[in-house]
Write a protein that binds this ligand. Structure first.
Ligand SMILES: [Zn+2]
Length: 260
């Protein structure tokens, strides 16, 4: 078994061969980021793909549903780390070129001595419940018929609960309470942590922010279940199983159905 493996990243994609993720063996290059050791003590690395390589998009890979979940997690880490280096080549304090250090988890500026570290941006995502209905919305860019949970970036100084309440108020015009954390998911486009929650609405009359959402409305739990399970009569769907939205919608259904 090889002791090192390298993934090559370009934008939101990974180097591929014959439509499959290409995992390179042999010594890691100088510009490779160390991702970690797996359970077989194989050291994983990631680096930018050379020009001309065949690249396959991560979203496409996920949607094919034919990839080992552990490799998917490594791919997400690889994309975030390579993307961070690609967009942080210069010191934010003095503007001079900085250099990779600590296996790729720091950039050091030789000019002013500043250190820069990769960041993760927290995003709250929430399935909002009112009686037996769940609030779902859609953006115009999504595939037709797809709805999902509302979401938005946290702002400095906010708690998760405050961010959930603000996003729902801004996007749908209602107040929520009783925010409950469910689970989270790193999301590598480019480097977010999706914080999945369920919340309860204190009113039901929506005022949808049309600059953010094409549509948002209440769906009864029976209809949401049809959407989640891919058997809605008008082919409406909820988020895909690889996205945390799917799982917080299931958590909201479980609450409505009295299982939680
Ligand atoms: Zn500097």
């Amino acid at each position: 078994m090889p002791t090192t493996r390298t993934l090559e990243i370009s934008g939101d994609g990974v180097r591929s061969a014959d439509g499959r993720v290409e995992v390179l063996t042999g010594p890691a290059a100088n510009d490779a980021v160390f991702l970690g050791l797996d359970q077989d003590h194989v050291a994983w690395f990631a680096r930018p793909a050379d020009a001309g390589c065949s690249i396959k998009g991560l979203r496409e890979i996920v949607q094919e549903d034919a990839i080992d979940p552990q490799l998917l997690a490594i791919l997400a880490q690889a994309r975030s780390m390579v993307g961070w280096h690609a967009t942080h080549r210069f010191c934010a304090a003095c503007g001079q070129a900085s250099a990779m250090a600590d296996g790729g988890y720091r950039r050091h500026c030789p000019s002013c001595g500043a250190n820069h570290f990769p960041r993760t941006d927290p995003v709250v995502i929430m399935a909002v419940i009112h009686d037996d209905a769940i609030l779902l919305g859609r953006q115009a860019a999504w595939r037709p018929g797809m709805y999902s949970a509302l979401a938005g970036f946290m702002e400095p100084g906010e708690t998760i609960e405050q961010a959930v309440a603000r996003e729902v108020r801004e996007e749908a015009g209602i107040q929520v309470a009783d925010v409950r954390y469910i689970a989270c998911q790193p999301w590598p486009f480019p480097s977010s942590l999706m914080i999945g929650t369920v919340a309860r609405a204190q009113s039901s009359v929506l005022t949808v922010d049309s600059s953010e959402l094409e549509d948002a409305r209440w769906f009864g739990s029976t209809e949401v279940r049809q959407m989640v399970e891919g058997r809605h009569p008008q082919n409406l769907s909820a988020a895909n199983p690889y996205a945390i939205a799917h799982h917080i919608i299931l958590a909201a259904l479980a609450i409505i159905e009295g299982k939680n």
